[in-house]
Design a protein around this ligand. Structure first.
Ligand code: SF4
Ligand SMILES: [Zn+2]
Length: 366
């Protein structure tokens, strides 16, 4: 008879196992990128506490997320777009910013009021973006109205936020919290921090806000993941509603962005999906959560990526565009009555899934 070894107890439990699996999956991707070019840049519109603004969105190409290199989150394929293993120099980062400014001049009528900078990691992590680059970028965009910077909560401090607010620019830190429930964040998403760390970051932002004076704001935008792997549709919906409510109750957190999970390549979600173990959320679920949380004390938005496709949030394909449009309307107007005007036969299927799907029989439908 075989005997269990200590290895058996080490493996197959919690984060070690998830990280090991994720490292293996990610290592299948081989690609490298030019550190002098941003990963992506585009112009669009976004809802902020100051109203709907023209926005320049930048995905900076930095060394990539440290956590992703350790293994990383079960749904995230972003590391695949980062510079291999290394960090990016100040000069290269500033070249990336120049390209973004050129893009804005070419495609926009005037400088955008809102700047959003993501890094596929943490903009405030000094191993990704050093203090020199951070301050130079703050100066570059200091004359705009508002800036959003992506960061994990550990790297948020009042001083770093102050680098931006000193120019009079409203500053939001976008934190990929994913869920307010620690158990779900750890075991389904494989993200290492706790809700308490998020609360600490919100407190830093609240202090930065107070220090910045009356005319300048600093705050937190929480990003939540609708339907991480291993949750049924109804569990995901219940977890999302309570997460939005808990985030809205934290001082310093003024916006919640609910991102329906999509199936990205080289992720654990992709493996599950490929083996019939995962279905992205229904758009009806997204609409339902927005309706249920319409009265919380925060802006709640959602921007379903890849809607209507099998790998993205979807309904029956007939009604996907319609429901997506209602969600986008809700984002801008925060009025839940937009959902009264959309209906489809597939709502009955969704209701059945909500009622009958269990962990052992999911996904109940495709
Ligand atoms: S979701 Fe964020 S923290 Fe997780 S691996 Fe991706 S970039 Fe890193
Ligand atoms: Zn439908």
């Amino acid at each position: 008879m075989s005997k269990p070894t200590p290895d058996v107890y080490e493996q197959g439990k919690g984060m070690d196992a998830h990280n090991q699996a994720m490292r293996e999956i990610r290592s299948r991707k081989e690609a490298s990128y030019d550190p002098h070019e941003p990963t992506r840049v585009w112009l669009d519109e976004d809802n902020t506490p100051g109203g709907v603004k023209q926005s320049l969105t930048i995905i900076l190409n930095t060394g990539g997320c440290r956590w992703a290199r350790a293994g990383g989150c079960t749904m995230c394929g972003y590391v695949a777009e980062s510079v291999d293993g290394g960090s990016v120099s100040h000069e290269a980062l500033m070249d990336q910013i120049d390209i973004c400014l050129e893009h804005e001049q070419e495609h926009g009528d005037e400088p955008a009021d809102l700047i959003k900078i993501y890094t596929s990691g943490s903009f405030l992590d000094e191993r990704e973006v050093g203090a020199e680059s951070r301050r130079a970028i703050a100066e570059t965009f200091g004359d705009r109205e508002r800036i959003v910077l992506e960061s994990l909560p550990d790297f948020v401090s009042r001083e770093k936020i102050g680098d931006f607010t000193q120019y009079g620019i409203d500053t939001d830190i976008a934190i990929g919290l994913e869920t307010a429930t620690d158990r779900v964040r750890h075991d389904c998403v494989n993200k290492y921090f706790d809700f308490a760390d998020f609360e600490d970051a919100c407190e830093e932002a609240a202090v930065a806000d107070a220090e910045a004076g009356d005319d300048v704001e600093a705050g937190i935008k929480a990003y939540l993941l609708m339907k991480p792997p291993f949750l049924t549709e109804s569990e995901a919906v219940a977890d999302m509603i309570s997460s939005i409510e808990r985030c809205a109750d934290v001082e310093g957190c003024h916006t919640v962005s609910m991102n329906p999970c999509n199936v990205q390549r080289y992720t654990m979600v992709d493996e599950l999906y490929f083996n019939d173990g995962y279905r992205p959320p229904w758009l009806w679920s997204v609409a339902h959560v927005l309706e249920e949380t319409a009265d919380v004390d925060a802006i709640v938005v959602s921007d379903p990526v890849g809607h209507g496709s099998d790998r993205g949030p979807h309904n029956c394909t007939e009604c996907d565009d319609l429901v997506q449009k209602a969600i986008k309307d809700f984002d801008l107007r925060q009025d839940p009555s937009v959902f009264e005007q959309v209906s489809c036969e597939c709502e009955l299927t969704w209701e059945t899934v909500m009622e009958r799907e269990r962990s052992f029989n999911q996904p109940l439908t495709r």
